[in-house]
Design a binder for this molecule. Structure first.
Ligand code: HEC
Ligand code: HEC
Length: 283
């Protein structure tokens, strides 16, 4: 291990010379070419899993731009300007802390061997990340793991939008994963979103053999947002359940039930004023 780290540092010294030579047109071109190759590695799956970086990390300034998705990992915009990663697990000057952070995801999510700094893919990825880091300094990202279920109620309408932004990038038709069928227990859904222990006997819907799902930190999805997603999930499960029952008793389809409820409510509202008076007199 020690000799491997030394090798990495030596290659690093050679590699770090590149961006420093800004006055030299030739090295700028090398840097640009590397960055372009790195963009390819950012978008393309090349490990043993089907993941690429873009599934989990935006490459834009999320404070100003929106590409329609809200991913589990923080945006890597300006990330080369940070000097501390993973809550301080990797920190210091130079490119090494960033390279180690990249490797953490390469191993955990792309599911392939860590890349040493001399590896063409690592060089290219780092060049690309530098190319999307315009500032000299940037504050570290905070990553807080949730340890318990949200305590507030959720709003299924907000949850539907959050679900579309945060879940369907991976879970969709012809995506890297099957679409979610709203059949899993919500305790399992919560455990998946937060990266918590899956409760024993929780009902799921997927077969084994997929890479791990990344967790969403409290900074990426607040407790309220998770509550909203779970409320959307429960609502969709309910609709699903009604539809399944509908196969047995077609007259009780979800749509008809909803219409029935609306009518019943309208009826009861009509009756309310008349009923209100006698009820009040009883006391
Ligand atoms: C399956 C999801 C997933 C994939 C794929 C993935 N990452 Fe990550 N990555 C995460 C999560 C989750 C974190 C920690 C939470 C956060 O960044 O907010 C993280 C953290 C990082 C960090 C540290 C951020 C910081 O400032 O602390 C870097 C750098 C990084 N990833 C780079 C990459 C690169 C480059 C790739 C592609 C080779 C990649 N990741 C692929 C999920 C992923
Ligand atoms: C970066 C890709 C990615 C994103 C984004 C993502 N998931 Fe997943 N999810 C996975 C993978 C991979 C699996 C299968 C492996 C596993 O269970 O860990 C999975 C599994 C699941 C399961 C378990 C299915 C079962 O029954 O076994 C649920 C539920 C789930 N995801 C819900 C969500 C929700 C809700 C969101 C949005 C908040 C979301 N996922 C976002 C990748 C993702």
């Amino acid at each position: 291990m020690a000799c491997c780290v030394l090798g990495v540092i030596l290659v690093l010294a050679a590699f770090m010379a590149l961006p420093g030579q800004a006055g030299n047109g030739a090295s700028l071109t090398v840097e640009t070419e590397l960055a372009l190759a790195g963009k390819g590695y950012y978008y393309r799956a090349w490990g043993d899993s089907c993941y690429s970086c873009i599934y989990c990390h935006a490459n834009i300034d999320e404070d100003k731009l929106d590409d329609g998705y809200w991913r589990p990992g923080s945006s890597l915009w300006n990330s080369a300007a940070r000097t501390s990663y993973y809550n301080g697990a990797y920190s210091g000057e130079g490119i090494l802390p960033l390279a180690r952070s990249v490797n953490t995801c390469v191993v955990a999510f792309l599911q392939t061997d860590a890349l040493n700094l001399g590896d063409e893919r690592m060089q290219a990825l780092l060049a690309y990340i530098r190319s999307i880091s315009p500032d000299d300094t940037a504050s570290p990202v905070k990553i807080t793991r949730a340890t318990k279920a949200p305590e507030m109620d959720g709003d299924p309408r907000r949850g539907e939008k959050l679900f579309a932004a945060s879940c369907v990038l991976c879970h969709r038709d012809k995506g890297i994963l099957p679409k979610l069928g709203f059949k899993a227990d919500s305790a399992l859904v919560l455990a998946k979103i937060r990266g918590m222990k899956v409760p024993d006997n929780a009902k799921g819907e997927f077969e084994d053999g997929y890479p791990p799902m990344p967790f969403f930190s409290m900074e990426r999805l607040s407790d309220q947002q998770v509550a909203d997603i779970l409320a959307h999930w429960d609502y969709m499960s309910f609709i699903q359940e009604q539809a399944i029952q509908g196969e047995i008793a077609p007259e009780e389809s979800a749509v008809e039930m909803l219409i029935d409820t609306t009518d019943a409510e309208a009826e009861s509202h009509k009756d309310t004023p008349a009923e209100a008076e006698p009820a009040a007199k009883d006391h």
